[in-house]
Design a protein around this ligand. Structure first.
Ligand code: SF4
Length: 329
């Protein structure tokens, strides 16, 4: 279904009433949109197969759609045979060793790293050049963190995941410290960690402009606006999507009694949702709008729904495509 105009009733009077508060912005950000376009345009220009290292974005629906068009997903370059076909690096970014390995094998690669992740990579390099010790606030094992830590030699960047880590951190030179962050963190958790680091090391250098990206910040802000006045929050996104997980946590902390992360409408836990009268819906930055519509449809099949859009920010960010693909865009 199309998202209906605000306050439009959708279903019959026989069903119990349900107010849906639809967060805006939600779903695709400019970095995800660009990454998907890169794979689609590469398929158009070079034909299948187009190899993609790691899920291009963390969403199974998107990945399956691209697979059906001829994309082949791998975790590492050594799974790719010698080929002239392109290899795309995912939106999360990669360690420096990855393009280097592609170069050594003469693989033609297209980099779909979000420009806002690349900005963090460049910050790390500049701090390193200036002789600063670097703290990265982020989650161990997330591909973005692996990629950012891999911009510099091993041992150069210290990962801080929690407030306890920030309290325990012992720098080699406290007066030559800098921090950078993952782009998809909780704004509030990160502020608490930064406050601890700032109190312990007043000279620590902060990013010129926040590393948590505009899309993460805006989606969390929209959730905070409604979370205190709803019975449940549905976050559409993948379990391995950092920004989707953060949206679920933000809703819970902002007072929502039931916050669910679902990949598709089929994951909705109807027994838990039976008595709700007001529900919030949002989607992580890698979840397409078609899945939001699917979830609204599922509610409309069981309730007499009205939909109100709650807007926290307007977004008009667009990122340039790689040169090699602009002519087919
Ligand atoms: S969530 Fe932010 S950093 Fe990640 S792809 Fe989207 S805009 Fe880029």
């Amino acid at each position: 279904m199309r998202v209906p105009s605000p306050n439009s009733p959708i279903m019959s009077e026989a069903n119990p009433p349900l107010d849906i508060l639809l967060c805006s912005p939600r779903g695709f950000c400019a970095g995800v949109d660009r990454a998907i376009q890169i794979v689609e345009l590469a398929l158009k220009k070079f034909g299948p197969p187009v190899y993609v290292r790691h899920e291009i974005v963390h969403n199974r629906y998107v990945v399956d759609g691209l697979k059906a068009k001829g994309a082949v997903f791998v975790e590492e370059l050594d799974e790719i045979p010698d080929t002239d076909q392109p290899v795309v690096f995912s939106a999360h970014g990669v360690a420096k060793a990855v393009p280097e390995a592609a170069r050594l094998r003469n693989l033609f690669h297209l980099d779909a790293t979000c420009p806002l992740v690349t900005k963090v990579h460049r910050e790390a390099e500049i701090h390193h050049r200036k002789g600063r010790e670097i703290v990265l606030i982020g989650h161990a094992g997330h591909p973005e963190v692996v990629g950012t830590m891999g911009q510099l030699p091993p041992g150069t960047i210290t990962l801080v995941e929690t407030e306890a880590d920030a309290r325990a951190f012992q720098p080699k030179a406290p007066d030559k410290l800098a921090y950078i962050t993952q782009t998809t963190l909780s704004v509030d958790d990160t502020a608490a960690i930064v406050a601890i680091l700032g109190a312990r090391f007043p000279a620590i250098t902060a990013p010129h402009k926040e590393d948590i990206c505009y899309a993460t910040t805006n989606r969390q802000e929209a959730v905070k606006r409604i979370a205190g006045g709803i019975d449940a929050m549905i976050v559409i996104g993948a379990p391995n999507s950092s920004n989707s997980q953060r949206l679920r946590e933000v809703a819970t902390r902002a007072g929502c009694p039931l916050s669910m992360l679902v990949q598709r409408a089929g994951d909705l836990d109807w027994p838990k949702l039976a008595v709700i009268r007001r529900v919030g819906i949002t989607a992580g930055a890698s979840a397409p709008e078609v899945l939001v519509e699917e979830v609204i449809d599922a509610f409309a099949a069981r309730f007499a729904v009205t939909v109100e859009v709650v807007t926290a920010a307007e977004e008009a960010v667009v990122f340039n495509l790689p040169k090699a693909l602009r002519e087919v865009a």
